[in-house]
Design a protein around this ligand. Structure first.
Ligand code: FES
Length: 77
């Protein structure tokens, strides 16, 4: 029996690749998705979610959020 190939949405692909965005604060991707949709910068996402305010001050989650924003909104910069 042939396995049916599931077509994933952009959000589903992102969810599967990164489950916890902010390791210091334990903030999962599912929790920041609404902020990613409505934000254009890492600072905006941080303000809305609390990411970037942990022990590393966003050194680890900042680049992840940047990548997620690019994937979400495309590379327009
Ligand atoms: S991983 Fe987000 S503040 Fe450290």
């Amino acid at each position: 029996m042939a396995k049916e190939k599931k077509i994933l949405s952009k959000e589903e692909i992102i969810k599967q690749k990164i489950r916890v965005v902010c390791i210091c604060k334990g903030i999962p991707l599912g929790k920041i998705l609404p902020a990613l949709k409505s934000s254009k910068t890492v600072e905006e996402v941080n303000k809305k979610t609390g990411c970037g305010s942990g022990g590393c001050s966003g050194e680890r989650c900042g680049p992840r959020i940047q990548i997620l924003l690019r994937k979400m909104h495309g590379d327009k910069s």
